[in-house]
Design a protein around this ligand. Sequence first.
Ligand SMILES: [Fe+2]
Ligand SMILES: [Fe+2]
Length: 242
Amino acid sequence: MVTTNTLQTTAEVVPSQQELDPNRVTVDMVRNDPEVRTLIDCADRYLAAIGYTDHGFGHVSRVAIRAQKILRELGISEREVELAGIAGFLHDIGNMIHRQGHAHHSALLSVPILKRMGMPLEEIAIVVGAIANHHEDCGEPVSNVSAALILADKSDVLRSRVRNPKMISFDIHDRVNYAAERSEIIVEKERHLITLKLKIDTSLCQVIDYFEIFMTRMTMSRRGANYLNCDFRLIINDVQLA
Ligand SMILES: [Fe+2]
Ligand SMILES: [Fe+2]
C-alpha cells in the first residue's frame, strides 16, 4: 500500500520528461474523440436514470482541469500533467455499464481507446491505474496522476451537478451538492499543502451533513495529498475543519 511519499520518490517512478513527444496522445485528442464523447454521454444518461448527480462533460472537464492544475502547480512533469487530464476525461465512462465497479469498468474501456490513439503501454498503465483507483470503495493513490485524479474528483461538489433541485429535501447527496456554491482547490507547493475551500449555503445544508456524506471522500483526498508529499486541509465558509 502506498502511504506518504516524497516528491523525489514519486518522481523516480515516472521519470520527468524535459521535452514532450510531438506524437504523444494529448488531452485535446481524448476530449474531442467522438467515441469518448459518446461514452461520457452514455455513462451520464445511465446515472441520470438512477438519480445520480451530473457526471457528464461538465464534471469530467472540471476534474481534468483540476487534476492538471494540481500536478502543474506542484512542479510535476508536463507529461504527467497531461496524463492526469486524460484520466480526468475517461475516469467515469464505466458508469455506462454499472455504478458499482465503474472505476474498473472505466479503466478497461479506456485501454482500447488509448491503444487506438497510439499511446504507449507504459502510459496507458499510468492512466488506467489512476482511473481504476479513483473511487472511494477500493481506490488507493498509486501514482502522481492517480493522486491528482482522486483530489480533483472528490473536490467536485457543486450546485450545478444537481439535476433536480426539487429533490434536495429528500436526498442528502443532492442537498449537500446543491448547497455548495463554490469549490476551489488551492495548491501551496512551498508549504506542501493542498486545500479544498468550499462555500456552503448553510440554510440548505449544515456542515455536519457535508461530513456525514463526504467523510470517506475527505479521507481519500488526504491520502492523495499525502502521496504528493502534501498535507490536506478542508476549509468550509472560511473555517478550517480538517
Ligand atoms: Fe467516479
Ligand atoms: Fe467522477
